[in-house]
Design a protein around this ligand. Structure first.
Ligand SMILES: Nc1ncnc2c1ncn2[C@@H]1O[C@H](COP(=O)(O)OP(=O)(O)OP(=O)(O)O)[C@@H](O)[C@H]1O
Ligand SMILES: [Mg+2]
Length: 470
């Protein structure tokens, strides 16, 4: 991941940044070149102007030669240029440097003279000029007029190296800045993409790897509020759920093993006792009947577990039909005749109308009612009262199973729907597994229906569930 994403990102951003800076530097260089040339031209023109007055006076024999030459020398030294004073016939009249003395009286401006006379072109720029200026130079010829008559010209030649010196300096500054900016942005980019994207992604990747290997407690420590932070948060909450599932699984396994161990231990004890002859012959039947009970309990436990697993995994399909819930309730109550009598419980039935048609899976609803009534009988006080009621409201039928006796504590209320949860250990019989209510709830949620419990303080416990009316 590091190589792929990181390299691509850095490469893409670096190319974009470099192109940006190179374009900027090129535009800036071109602009500066134009600007500099204009400036230089203006400077030379105004320098030319400085000697123009004296030159004109000299050409009209109003000032002596040495004054003009002194001016030319002064200006030439100041502007690092060689300056020649040209007459209207193109002859060299005066020079700024003695090495040009030999050209005095020579006609050096010929074809350009025509242009200059016309006054069309005031400045002629050229890199080299005949064999006078050998060095590669920038040459300006500024014509001079007196009352519209062409009187002569001033020729100023500046070696290119002097012209380009400041330009090169500025170029190197521009390109050096561009280089610094590009490398600077590269490092900033490198640092931030590492810090903001790559490292967090690596951390997430690392955590995912750990979790997939079974370390469900692993979490990502990223506190940023951006998309990566959100991803980390989502990932952590997914890990929480996984951890919870894992914990439930472990608890489930330990509960199942525990529930299986106690009947197996007692069965093994009794049968071993009979086989060893430790249990006397006349007591064998008694112990065998206890063993039988334990085997029944084991069978019930295994059946309950299989039921619950099948319902929760959606393997058990519902066969829903129109059924009379009142009739189903009556049937279920009769099954508990013996328990009801032995505990001297009063069972009241309060139906709304003689029959109540609902749409449900009959066998599953019998399972629900059996579990609820079994609980009611189990947890009702001796000689207490059980009341089963049906009611309708809109499209729903409400079936409640009430028993008087102690209410369920707030703490237990949170857990009674959990598998293997048995609240009052002293009151629950040995045969309890704590799977009844989870099965009830799973069946009803498979029907798309609801179940809840109401504590009636000082009165009893009421389980209510809904079914669809037809
Ligand atoms: N009618 C009730 N009155 C008081 N407490 C109840 C009632 N019904 C359920 N409970 C509490 O809820 C717990 C869970 O009930 P559940 O039916 O799931 O398990 P169980 O009855 O203990 O065992 P099983 O139903 O597997 O024989 C019970 O142990 C009991 O503490
Ligand atoms: Mg029960």
């Amino acid at each position: 991941m590091k190589k792929g994403l990181f390299t691509k990102m850095i490469l893409a951003y670096s190319i974009i940044i470099s192109i940006g800076f190179i374009i900027t530097a090129t535009i800036l260089s071109f602009w500066f070149q134009g600007y500099y040339n204009d400036q230089k031209k203006n400077e030379l023109i105004s320098q030319g102007q400085y000697i123009q007055d004296v030159a004109l006076e000299y050409l009209n024999q109003k000032v002596p030669m040495d004054i003009v030459e002194a001016r030319l020398k002064k200006l030439g030294g100041y502007s690092k240029s060689d300056i020649l004073l040209i007459t209207n016939y193109g002859l060299v009249e005066a020079v700024s440097d003695d090495k040009y003395k030999k050209f005095e009286g020579n006609q050096i401006v010929t074809t350009d003279l025509v242009e200059l006379r016309k006054g069309e072109k005031h400045i002629i720029e050229s890199k080299e000029y005949k064999d006078i200026f050998k060095e590669s130079s920038h040459i300006f010829i500024i014509p001079m007029y007196k009352e519209e008559y062409f009187e002569g010209a001033i020729m100023m030649s500046t070696p290119l190296k002097y012209m380009k010196e400041p330009l090169d300096k500025v170029y190197s500054i521009i390109w050096l800045s561009a280089f610094i900016a590009i490398t600077g942005s590269f490092f900033i980019l490198y640092y931030f993409s590492q810090k903001i994207i790559i490292k967090p992604l690596l951390e997430i990747n690392n955590a995912v790897g750990k979790i997939s290997q079974g370390e469900v407690g692993k979490r990502i420590v990223i506190h940023s509020t951006d998309e990566i932070g959100e991803l980390a948060k989502a990932f952590n909450s997914m890990a929480d759920s996984l951890e919870q599932v894992d914990r439930n699984r472990q608890r489930f396994i330990s509960n199942v093993s525990h529930e299986l161990r106690s009947p197996i231990t007692s069965i093994r004890g009794f049968i071993g006792g009979i086989l060893d002859g430790v249990i006397p012959k006349e007591k064998e039947n008694y112990y065998l009947s206890i063993t039988n009970d334990e085997i029944q309990r084991l069978t019930r436990l295994v059946n309950d577990l299989l039921d619950l697993t099948a319902i929760e995994s959606g393997q058990l399909s519902l066969y829903q039909n129109v059924i009379d819930i009142n009739e189903v309730i009556r049937l279920c109550i009769t099954k508990f005749g013996i328990q009801v009598d032995s505990k001297r419980v009063n069972v009241d039935v309060l139906f709304e109308g003689n029959s109540l048609q609902v749409f449900a899976d009959r066998d599953r609803i019998i399972q629900v009612l059996t579990n609820l009534i079994d609980n009611a009988i189990k947890y009702v006080s001796e000689g207490g009262r059980i009341k089963i009621t049906t009611k309708t409201k809109g499209a729903k039928a409400y079936i409640s199973v009430f028993n008087d006796g102690p209410t369920i504590s707030a703490e237990d209320l949170k857990h009674i729907w959990d598998r293997f949860y048995k609240a009052d250990k002293s009151r629950t019989s040995k045969s309890s597994t704590g799977l009844g209510l989870p099965i009830v709830r799973s069946i009803l949620s498979q029907h798309g229906e609801d179940i809840w419990v109401e504590n009636k303080e000082g009165d009893g416990v009421n389980f209510i569930f809904t079914l669809k009316r037809t």
